[in-house]
Design a protein around this ligand. Structure first.
Ligand code: EPZ
Length: 431
């Protein structure tokens, strides 16, 4: 089914960028959004306090905090430290008005079923990158013995007892792996999740759960083994650096011909995008400690093909950003999106800036050697918004990126970090 999205640009704050400045200096990325959200949900598994450091101050985290508070969980957040204490809270429902704002709220399902044997979570809608189904989450829970029903837009899960099972995922779904790994902690016996997702954020969640007292083997491999029944206690943990934020800054350095050191993350978590950027002609060198990279723009770039895949493949969350770099490179590149069924909506906006990208099914044909020019564009989702900012940094003249609430979901103070690197960018209120 062709997933057709219609997007209407709304009013609100915008980012105004004047392109052409090479970015120079050092930037430290924040904690990984796609780990922090799950660690907060994992706090539901114990009545003791969990202290989570390096939590990014972004909208998605605010919404997850609202979901937990709606359940009756104590959540305190000062600066980058989040304290979650899921004592004897009564809530079992994640309501639609919150879930529709942040689909990852579905990840409270597994912990609630593990701890209390029941949960009611609104079915997350589709979004501007695809249908975002949860059938693998639900099938896995049912295999473990949960009674699953869906009515009036909600998932109801009930389980008097969960039993460890050998579950095989059709696709290495990040969310399904996380929900089932946490549900398995409440099951009797061992659960094996085959074809599990291997992302660094999955490994960070597994490390968090092991620190809580869980027994988990194989995190980061396609075969995850989880022992159920352990008594889980409070934990103190620091979120890994955000590899996608790091990749976004790496492309910013490349498209502006700059020289930027990016710290606060592990380059091994971004290996393939960094390798692809080297193949394009960008100078990328990692430091010996494996905690930073230095990215220098080259004189001439050449196109390369990119296909998104689950980790360790090229991350889909870097697809819009790399598309901007490939538009500046000589030659034609083919970008294939294998993870989401509709993650090209932003291409029309890039083409309005002078890109020449044609969509054929799940391939984008990127004709390079383009000179971009600034104009008004509309962010359609988080990473698309980031890509439009990158295009604005490289474009001649002024670019206005609208609907930047999408960007604020996953990037903390993006314009401040870019300004410190020499970009001419400012946030303008809702006119
Ligand atoms: C996580 O989404 C990330 N979000 C996404 O990042 C990321 O793009 C994605 O993983 C892939 O890496 C968070 O972690 C909060 P999936 P998730 O389950 O868990 C289909 C960003 O920009 N699928 O791996 O929802 C699904 O429709 C965001 O930070 C089913 O069909 O991703 C999609 O096509 C965007 N049935 C594909 O699998 C299911 O039961 C991958 O989804 C589950 C998923």
């Amino acid at each position: 089914m062709a997933w057709v999205c219609y997007y209407r640009c709304m009013n609100g704050e915008k980012l105004v960028i004047t392109g052409g400045n090479p970015l120079r200096g050092e930037v430290r990325v924040g904690g990984a959004k796609n780990s922090a959200l799950k660690l907060m949900a994992a706090g539901l598994l114990t009545p003791e306090e969990c202290v989570i450091h390096n939590v990014p101050q972004i909208t998605d985290v605010e919404i997850m905090a609202e979901v937990l508070r709606h359940l009756g969980v104590e959540v305190a957040w000062e600066e980058g430290t989040m304290r979650v204490r899921a004592g004897d809270f009564k809530g079992r429902e994640a309501p639609y008005h919150l879930v529709r704002r942040m689909r990852a709220s579905i990840v409270v399902l597994g912990p609630l079923v593990a701890r209390f044997g029941e949960a009611k979570v609104a079915i997350p809608g589709g979004c501007n990158i695809g249908s975002r189904k949860i059938d693998m989450h639900l099938r896995g829970l049912a295999e473990m013995g949960a009674e699953i029903s869906t009515e009036h837009g909600y998932v109801y899960a009930r389980a008097s007892r969960l039993r460890g099972r050998h579950i095989v995922l059709d696709f290495p779904s990040v969310g399904a792996t996380e929900n089932l790994m946490m549900a398995a902690l409440g099951a009797e016996g061992t659960t094996v999740i085959e074809n599990a997702a291997r992302e660094p954020e999955i490994q960070d969640l597994a490390a968090f759960l092991v620190s809580m007292g869980a027994e988990i083997r194989g995190a980061g491999t396609p075969i995850l083994e989880v022992e159920g029944g352990a008594e889980l206690h409070g934990v103190e943990h620091t979120v890994i650096g955000d590899r996608i934020e790091a990749g976004t800054f790496a492309v910013a350095a490349a498209v502006t011909g700059g020289d930027v050191a990016i710290t606060g993350f592990r380059p091994e978590h971004l290996a393939l995008p960094l390798e692809k950027m080297r193949a394009v002609g960008v100078e990328v060198e990692e430091d010996e400690e494996g905690e930073a990279v230095r990215v220098r723009g080259g004189r001439k770039y050449r196109g390369v093909d990119v296909a998104t895949l689950p980790f360790p493949g090229f991350p889909t969350d870097m697809q819009p950003q790399i598309m901007v770099l490939l538009s500046l490179a000589e030659g034609t590149s083919v970008v294939t999106e294998n993870v989401f069924e509709s993650r090209f909506m932003f291409v029309d906006e890039l083409n309005r800036m002078g890109c020449d990208i044609t969509i054929e099914g799940h391939h984008a044909i990127v004709r390079g050697g383009r000179r971009l020019s600034g104009t008004e564009v509309c962010a359609t989702d988080l990473r698309a918004g980031a890509a439009l900012v990158l295009a604005g940094l490289a474009a001649e003249g002024e670019t206005q990126v609208l609907d930047i609430h999408h960007i604020d979901r996953g990037y903390q103070k993006l314009e401040e970090k870019l300004s410190k690197l020499g970009a001419e960018i400012r946030r303008v209120g809702d006119d």
